[in-house]
Design a protein around this ligand. Structure first.
Ligand SMILES: *Cc1c(COP(=O)(O)O)cnc(C)c1O
Length: 395
């Protein structure tokens, strides 16, 4: 199958099976094209309230301060660090990939005393080591729950509890894990978290779902210095999003993206969070066995894998950049290359939302076998079997 030529000026059709953006369903694209209305229009307020409620359900939190920050996932990281970390704070930061590095960088820029707890790229950090690092006292701990650079899920066991014992905040990056990997923020004792729209939510990039609990808000109120960023100052943003006694203009909300995110979250609620996690797990496993048959072995060991992102080692005799290019240009399928120490050695394949289904995976496996010049039959059979046989069609 070759990619259809796009009409002049329009981007081509792509099957997005990389590290994000992920495929955007028709309902979400349609919502983007709804009429733009004013950010203070009462009809828009109804949509905002609806979105906040759906977002609470998706994060599994009761936090009232739950809203989308304007900007991509990294803006959520900026908002998290900018509001809840003060210069001189001792912050324990888990680093086991690119996004942990980015977090440590942001913390250092905010003037924090950063205590790095590291694991090699491709492994999770033993939670006991993070708890050990907290022994010396801390103001906050931050970890990346789903490390998209390596396809590893970070266990959160005991971390929220340890932070409470030290009167510190526990905060996470759940950009890739939200709605694709088991995560219940309140149960895990998470005080603040951010995500992104273009991973498992299947919404175009541009918003950062964000939530903060009472302990985090108390720290914000008690700050000795004002939040440096005016744009990301949560107190100001909340005066618009929560609107007690009338919503005050802060900055113009990205109206149509808000429609799209509400729609994406509605689709998550319709499927059910737990059913969605289970589907991502099944999709991850199906693709893992199919790719193993083609010689691509998963990086993460059993028990540490992140369902929404399958990172695999590329066999050494393959020119990985050339094959990825062939997948993109001849088949219209995007997969992502490795980052940092994994550049040229690994691929990162998205198993995100509508991408976590049998049909798109069949397309990828067929195209990849074709590009490698091998027969796809066995790999496809392994994929189908993991999806529950040839006849289960609702996937
Ligand atoms: C994608 C991603 C980000 C950054 O999001 P952008 O939308 O690219 O700004 C942060 N953390 C993780 C874990 C991610 O996967």
């Amino acid at each position: 199958m070759s990619a259809a030529a796009a009409p002049a000026g329009r981007p081509p059709e792509r099957l997005l099976l990389g590290s994000g953006p992920s495929p955007v369903p028709r309902e979400v694209l349609d919502a983007l094209a709804w009429p733009t209305i004013g950010h203070l229009d009462p009809a828009f307020a109804v949509i905002m309230d609806d979105l906040a409620e759906l977002l609470r359900a998706t994060f599994a939190t009761a936090n009232r301060a739950t809203l989308p920050i304007s900007g991509t996932g990294s803006a959520g990281m900026d908002a998290l660090v900018g509001n809840f970390v003060e210069p001189g704070d001792r912050v324990v930061c888990g680093v086991h990939g690119l996004f942990g590095e980015r977090m440590a960088d942001q913390l250092a820029r905010a003037g924090a005393d950063v205590v790095r707890v590291e694991a090699e790229w491709g492994r999770a950090i033993d939670p006991a080591r993070l708890i050990e690092a907290a022994r010396g006292g801390l103001d906050a701990m931050v970890v990346v729950h789903g490390e998209t650079s390596t396809g590893v899920a970070q266990p959160l066991d005991g971390l929220g509890q340890a932070c409470r014992e030290h009167d510190a905040l526990f905060m996470i990056d759940c950009v890739t894990s939200l709605a694709g990997h088991p995560l219940a923020l309140d149960d895990a004792g998470v005080d603040a978290a951010f995500s992104g729209t273009q991973k498992c939510l299947n919404v175009p990039p541009g918003l950062a779902p964000f939530t903060a609990g009472e302990r985090a808000l108390a720290k914000l109120r008690a700050r000795s210095s004002p939040v440096r960023s005016w744009y990301f100052d949560l107190s100001l943003v909340l005066s618009y999003w929560q609107g007690d006694g009338g919503r005050a203009y802060h900055h113009t909300a990205p109206i149509n993206l808000v429609y799209a995110l509400r729609e994406g979250l509605r689709l998550v609620a319709e499927e059910g969070l737990e059913a969605r996690w289970a589907r991502h797990r099944q999709a991850h496993e199906a693709l893992r066995v199919a790719l193993l048959g083609l010689g691509f072995e998963r990086l993460a060991p059993e028990g540490e894998a992140l369902w929404p992102l399958l990172a695999v080692r590329v066999p050494e005799d393959i020119d990985e950049a050339a094959v990825r290019r062939m997948l993109l240009l001849d088949h219209g399928i995007e997969v992502s290359g490795g980052l940092g120490p994994l550049a040229g050695r690994a691929w990162r394949i998205g198993v995100m939302g509508t991408g976590a289904r049998r049909q798109p995976q069949r397309r990828l496996v067929s195209a990849l076998a074709g590009a490698l010049g091998v027969d796809p039959t066995e790999a496809l059979a392994a994929l189908d079997e993991a999806w529950g046989g040839v006849r289960a069609s609702a996937q």
